[in-house]
Design a protein around this ligand. Structure first.
Ligand SMILES: Nc1nc2c(c(=O)[nH]1)N[C@H]1C(S)=C(S)[C@@H](COP(=O)(O)O)O[C@H]1N2
Ligand SMILES: [Mo]
Length: 201
């Protein structure tokens, strides 16, 4: 993917840095597959996306309802804490900011807890979660997102290490208090900024 051809995409600001590889990382050209457990076989006719927690009225969307939300494209880099970085990725899907049109988030909410298949969770401060380059992706490099990379729906948070980008998402919970997610409870840093090398806790 080449940035010049992505005029309709939101450009993740880290792709405009002079040095695009953060400290301690190296560039790869393949796309490694990493996760705990097995790849779930998600049936989109049964899949639901639940928005709950600190909202005035929780909502559950079917896949058809989710897929009919406004779509955005994001051009971004990937930085995995295991030291590989993959540049120039094009994602398409639903902006996290689109959720604000679906639910009214209470003023005291501070964190998004992303829920995924097999009970996986990831915690993200709302300031990071609602950055303009964060999306629930259903497509990668103009192809439907494969199951091994998190299809049908994964989160992509370009400015944090890739473990925050939960695969096989089933919902978002808004909370006032932070709740360490799966990797955050297993030694990874609570926040995960690759430019500050927030790798482990
Ligand atoms: N549901 C779920 N999402 C997950 C994980 C996981 O174990 N379960 N691992 C994370 C980690 S540690 C990484 S590096 C990326 C890898 O995504 P990829 O397989 O598409 O490269 O997924 C993230 N999302
Ligand atoms: Mo990872």
């Amino acid at each position: 993917m080449d940035k010049q051809n992505q005029s309709d995409a939101i450009i993740s600001p880290d792709t405009e840095r002079k040095v695009r590889i953060p400290p301690g990382q190296h560039e790869v050209h393949n796309f490694p597959v990493l996760h705990y457990g097995s790849v779930p076989n998600v049936d989109t006719s049964k899949w639901t996306f639940r928005i709950f927690g600190m909202v005035e009225k929780e909502r559950t969307l079917t896949y058809a309802e989710f897929a009919s939300l406004p779509q955005i494209k994001v051009f971004s880099d990937i930085h995995c804490v295991t030291t590989w970085s993959r540049l120039n990725n094009l994602w398409e899907g639903v902006s996290t900011n689109a959720l604000k049109e679906l639910v009214s988030i209470k003023a005291d909410a501070e964190f998004a807890i992303i829920h995924a298949e097999h009970g996986f969770t990831a915690n993200i401060p709302l300031a990071d979660f609602f950055e303009k380059d964060v999306l629930f992706a259903t497509s990668f490099n103009r192809q439907p997102l494969t199951a091994e990379h998190g299809g049908p729906v994964r989160l992509v948070v370009p400015r944090l290490y890739f473990w925050k980008s939960a695969k096989w998402v089933t919902g978002v919970e808004f909370t006032e208090d932070d709740k360490a997610g799966f990797w955050e409870s297993n030694g990874y840093h609570n926040h995960g900024d690759p430019w500050k090398e927030e790798r482990f806790s």
